[in-house]
Ligand binder design. Structure first.
Ligand code: FEC
Length: 284
């Protein structure tokens, strides 16, 4: 399962309405979102949907069992993926989200959609969190090892209220990667992509964090997102445009790691998670 992304600019209002789940939408926020998607180039195709399909197909080849995509906020819907899985006669379904860290405000929503569609038609083995999966930690460590830069690990922020132990999990992944890559103390963590919803969100935000690093004498930053696995709006806009522009203003050298996307090594990590879930169906 993945977050999902609009395929065309005309889809953005319906997509945003789905994310808001019936809560009001400000016309300015919608306009701003359409503009971000325009600049992301979705008129030529959504990077996230294409990468998700590539990952799905590679995982299916690797596992030799049917793999279906279900999107949280767009089509194909999670309910469609469950229906297609049941059509194969499956007695157990593995639920795997392309986001490593659990929170009641994020992964639980995917799980609810699967459970609602599945009922008791088959057994569910749901992989709830996998942020310290050794293969994933190794993959990220290989992308930051040897850098002369200060490494900033990032993840999507969430409203403080109800985030559970999300921040602890993110710090656990970040410190595991830092240790594996022998970064010493040349790393820190910040959140990104906060929305102005009128409630407090987890911080610090990456923009404030870059200013603080600059004031502290850091001159070169390598950003390593740990809470996302693919190139999408939050990477290609929030980091590659917004954060990069601020870094340029500050005179900070700014780089970002390549995302795992459908890298065969990453697909191997996902396959391992599915195999383990299938061998312990009582995790459901
Ligand atoms: O490329 C794309 O088209 C989709 C990129 C995308 C990903 C993503 C992942 C996460 N989100 C998470 C939490 C929230 C919360 C809100 C929220 C709002 C948005 C909006 C867009 C959007 N998110 Fe997202 N998210 C992506 C895109 N997200 C667009 C709406 C416009 C905006 O605010 O900028 C606030 C909802 C509200 O308004 O109440 C909360 C979390 C993740 C990482 C886990 C996951 O992938 O499921 C957490 C990718």
């Amino acid at each position: 399962m993945a977050y999902g992304s609009p395929e065309r600019l005309e889809d953005v209002p319906a997509y945003y309405a789905d994310i808001r789940g019936g809560r009001p939408i400000s016309p300015e926020r919608l306009e701003d979102l359409v503009e971000r998607y325009r600049r992301l180039g979705i008129e030529d195709g959504s990077p996230l949907n294409a990468i998700t399909e590539e990952t799905r197909a590679a995982l299916e080849r690797e596992l030799g069992i049917p793999v279906f995509t279900g999107m949280k906020h767009w089509t194909p819907r999670i309910a469609d993926a469950v229906a297609r899985s049941l059509d194969t006669g499956a007695s157990t379904i593995v639920g795997l989200v392309l986001a490593p860290h659990y929170s009641p405000l994020s992964i639980a929503g995917y799980r609810h959609q699967v459970e609602a569609a599945l009922g008791d038609a088959a057994e569910l083995a749901f992989v709830e969190r996998w942020g310290t999966e050794p293969g994933f930690v190794d993959l990220l460590a290989d992308r930051v090892r040897g850098t002369g830069a200060h490494v900033v690990f990032t993840a999507h922020s969430l409203p403080v209220e109800g985030a559970g132990d999300y921040e602890e999990q993110l710090l656990e992944t970040s410190s595991a990667v830092a240790e594996r890559a022998s970064l010493g103390d040349r790393w820190s963590f910040s959140f990104q992509s906060e929305s102005p919803t009128g409630v407090p969100w987890l911080g610090p935000d990456i923009l404030d964090h870059l200013r603080a690093l600059h004031e502290g004498g850091v001159t070169h930053v390598l950003v390593c997102p740990v809470g996302f696995v693919a190139d999408h709006l939050e990477i290609k806009w929030d980091l590659d445009v917004e954060a990069a522009e601020l870094a340029q203003e500050l005179g900070l050298e700014f780089e970002r790691i390549e995302m795992p996307n459908a890298d065969p090594r990453f697909v191997g990590v996902l396959a391992g998670l599915v195999r383990r879930a299938l061998s312990v169906p009582s995790r459901a």
